[in-house]
Design a protein around this ligand. Structure first.
Ligand code: F6R
Length: 242
C-alpha cells in the first residue's frame, strides 16, 4: 500500500475529500464505500464543504456502508443507518435512496447479507472504499479470524471492539454483541481502498496491516492483497511503521 503521513485528522480529511471530489467530477454516479465510527468524520466534513464550494452535482452518487449492528431498535441514533444519515447523507446532500446500509434486523439477517452482496454487484462495485481500522485490526467489523475471502455476513464483535464502541452508548451493555458486515472479500473488490487511522492506539494495527504477514488473524493486512490501497495516517498512527 502507499502510505501518506499527514499532520492531523483535518489534513487527512482534506486529502481524502479531494480524491472523492475528483472521483465524483469524473464519474457523477460513482459508488462510495462508507465507514462509520470516528475516523472518517473529518473526511465527511471536508467533503461536505467541497461539495458546497465547488457546487458538485451529487444527485447520482451512490453509497454502501460497511456494516451495521444487529438487533438495535429501528431508528436507534447509534445504529449505522442513523449515523450514515446524520454524518453522510444529510451533510453531503446525497439522495437517501441511493445510500445503502445493511439491514440489522435479526429475523432477516441472512437474506439481508445475500441481498447486500447482490446490491453492490448490481451497482457495478464500489469505486472508492473509505476504511477505518479497529485496535483489533478489524476492517469493517471483520474481527481476527475472518476469512480473507469472506462476504457480507453476521459476525460477533470482540469484547475489545464492544468496549471501544461503548462511548457511543449510554452503557457498555447496550453495545450489541453482533453485527452484519461486508466481508474482507467484499471490501477487496472495491477499486480503490483508502484506509485512515489516527492516534497511538492504532499504531500497532496500522503496522500489522501495512507491514505484517497477510493473515486472517490480522484482517487489516488484507489491504496488501489489493493493487490500489492508500493508507492515510497521522504521525502517531504511523509510529510503528519501519
Ligand atoms: C466502521 C467500521 C470499523 C471502524 C473501526 C474504527 O464502519 O467498519 O472498522 O472503522 O472500528 O473505528 P473508529 O474510527 O471509531 O476508531
Amino acid at each position: 500500500a502507499e502510505v501518506v503521513i499527514v499532520p492531523d485528522e483535518a489534513a487527512a480529511g482534506e486529502l481524502v475529500a479531494g480524491a472523492v471530489a475528483e472521483l465524483i467530477v469524473d464519474r457523477p454516479d460513482s459508488v462510495l464505500g462508507l465507514a462509520t465510527g470516528s475516523t472518517p468524520l473529518s473526511t465527511y466534513r471536508a467533503l461536505a464543504r467541497r461539495i458546497e464550494v465547488d457546487r458538485l452535482d451529487v444527485s447520482r452518487v451512490r453509497g454502501f456502508a460497511l456494516d451495521e449492528y444487529v438487533g438495535l431498535p429501528a431508528g436507534h441514533p447509534e445504529g449505522y443507518r442513523a449515523v450514515i444519515t446524520r454524518e453522510v447523507v444529510e451533510p453531503l446532500g446525497l439522495r437517501p435512496e441511493l445510500v445503502h446500509v445493511p439491514n440489522g434486523a435479526p429475523e432477516t439477517i441472512r437474506i439481508a447479507a445475500a441481498e447486500y452482496e447482490r446490491a453492490i454487484d448490481a451497482a457495478g462495485g464500489v469505486d472508492l472504499q473509505i476504511l477505518g481500522i479497529g485496535r483489533t485490526g478489524h476492517i469493517g467489523f471483520n474481527e481476527p479470524g475472518s476469512s480473507l475471502a469472506s462476504l457480507t455476513r453476521v459476525k460477533t464483535l470482540t469484547e475489545e471492539t464492544r468496549a471501544d464502541n461503548a462511548r457511543f452508548f449510554d452503557s457498555p451493555d447496550e453495545v450489541p454483541m453482533h453485527c452484519i458486515t461486508q466481508g474482507i472479500g467484499t471490501i477487496l473488490r472495491a477499486r480503490h481502498l483508502v484506509l485512515l487511522a489516527f492516534g497511538d492506539a492504532k499504531a500497532q494495527a496500522v503496522a500489522d496491516a501495512v507491514e505484517g504477514p497477510v493473515s486472517a488473524s490480522r484482517p487489516g493486512s488484507a489491504i496488501q492483497l489489493h493493487p490500489h490501497a492508500t493508507v492515510v495516517v497521522d504521525e502517531a498512527a504511523a509510529s510503528r511503521l519501519e
